[in-house]
Design a protein around this ligand. Sequence first.
Ligand SMILES: [Zn+2]
Length: 270
Amino acid sequence: MIVKIFVIVSTMTLLTGCHVLEADESDQEVLEESAQDRIDESEELLTDEEKRQRQLMDALPKTVSSSDWELILVNNDYPLPEQFEVELKEVEPEKWIDERIADNYMALRDMASENGHRLFFASGYRSVERQQANYDRSINSYIEQGHSKEEARALTEDYIAIPNHSEHHTGLALDIVDQEWIADGNGLVPEYDTQMSQQWLIETAPAFGFILRYPEGKEEVTGINYESWHFRYVGKESAVYIHEHELVLEEYIELLESRENKSKLTEQNG
Ligand SMILES: [Zn+2]
């Protein structure tokens, strides 16, 4: 729209000749000013949410794609893909994770230990069969306590993902607390966030590619209750970005996809 106006003005200048050039130039200045005003106005018209979205898009890591293996999304809506395969590496006795992230985890663990936090690796890769067994055991125990089948299922799904929908199947998720916490008789409970090691992990893990996956306040987006112990590998660049902007993986992938859709449109139009 604005571009069109400039074209008309400059055409008119040509047609009307030199003697009115001065007047036309000042007209053009006025037009340019008002065009700038309009741009400023449209910036002002953006809601805070739209401004934030724009900032988030601009700051996205340049080389990351939503289809990268580190960003696989498994949640209540997205099951583990059929034919999913992962090469595992044992990083603690009888604890396995995706071999591609083993070095990152071990480096994080060593750094933690240098800082006085002895990590306790509670859970890594879990097969679908294993998840099913955990799930069934939890439901049965709630039923034994007198809950109905529906209640037992709801209570179970608060903390145990539906088999085939657990991020632990990917080999990219780790449940971590610290050894003192376990020695004091605690388990995987939200209150683990009262511990120094947990705060340290939240701040430090992104540099190694890990994020706290189910933060407090994002339950609606993740579909999972706050888990102060569940970390997920997403790659360093993505982890730093997600942590810095206080996002969750679902929101991050949505941003990446919207950038990819935009660039697809540009390609088609170009
Ligand atoms: Zn977990």
